[in-house]
Design a protein around this ligand. Structure first.
Ligand code: GLP
Length: 238
């Protein structure tokens, strides 16, 4: 695991955006795993500045989606990914995939999502944020390291963290569909970005703590090509 500490969120975004655009232009990255949350936003801003034909030609797979939220709800991950990734980078919407949180048969839709990733050739680089519980995607503590895309119950802490995007805590969905830790580990490279003092404990637990499903991000210690890009505040616990 490579840990790179940079002065601030802009520097992290620029570093990551340049790395992704360089690889897209060199032809070594065609399938990008994208994440929601505030952490990847500086990466998308930097990538927007580098939106060459190679970047615009990327295929993208999102990590997760709320269950039961209409896709035109502004906080559905369909809407967030469309706004922050598809439109910003000028991607072809037909090549941008988000798990289906509205399917009648979520299990079948999750299995189809896994197949779509494989059919696209697998994820070349997965962007990740990390939640205060140590979750990646929406894989909350106790998630199996072998898990695949599936329905999960959100922890009260994650619902409270994400309540800032909704009118009230009661409006935050109870369930989500998320790529599993096993799915994420299949990406050929992963890039975790985190900023601010609020992430210091989760970053320290994921990077230097014991390998444990109580901190799902710790599985990245086992990834052969994982990079953690943090600002100084998020690195404070290292
Ligand atoms: C949500 C997303 C995660 C993200 C996390 C942290 O729970 N499902 O993928 O990493 O939020 O969000 P933020 O970067 O806003 O702190």
């Amino acid at each position: 695991m490579q840990v790179i500490v940079l002065p601030d969120a802009d520097a992290v975004g620029t570093y990551a955006g340049d790395l992704i655009a360089d690889r897209a232009e060199a032809g070594t990255l065609s399938v990008l795993g994208v994440a929601t949350g505030s952490s990847p936003l500086p990466v998308y801003e930097a990538l927007e500045r580098r939106a060459s034909p190679a970047v615009r030609g990327l295929t993208a797979f999102a990590l997760d989606e709320y269950v039961g939220l209409p896709i035109d709800h502004p906080e559905s991950y369909h809407a967030v990914i469309e706004r922050e990734v598809t439109v910003r980078l000028g991607l072809d919407p037909a090549r941008v995939h988000v798990p289906d949180g509205l399917a009648d048969d979520i299990e079948a839709a999750a299995a189809a999502y896994e197949r779509a990733i494989v059919d696209a050739g697998g994820v070349d680089l997965q962007i990740l944020g990390i939640g205060s519980t140590g979750h990646i995607g929406f894989n909350e503590p106790t998630s199996s390291f072998a898990s695949r895309t599936r329905i999960k119950t959100l922890t009260p802490e994650t619902r409270r963290d994400n309540a800032r995007f909704f009118p009230s805590l009661d409006d935050v969905p109870l369930h989500c569909v998320t790529q599993g830790l096993g799915t994420i580990m299949d990406a050929r490279s992963v890039l975790l970005v985190a900023f601010g003092a609020g992430k210091a404990d989760a970053v320290a637990a994921a990077v230097e703590g014991p390998l444990t499903s109580m901190c799902p991000g710790s599985i990245l210690q086992m990834h052969p090509n994982a990079t953690v890009l943090v600002d100084e505040a998020a690195a404070a616990g290292l």
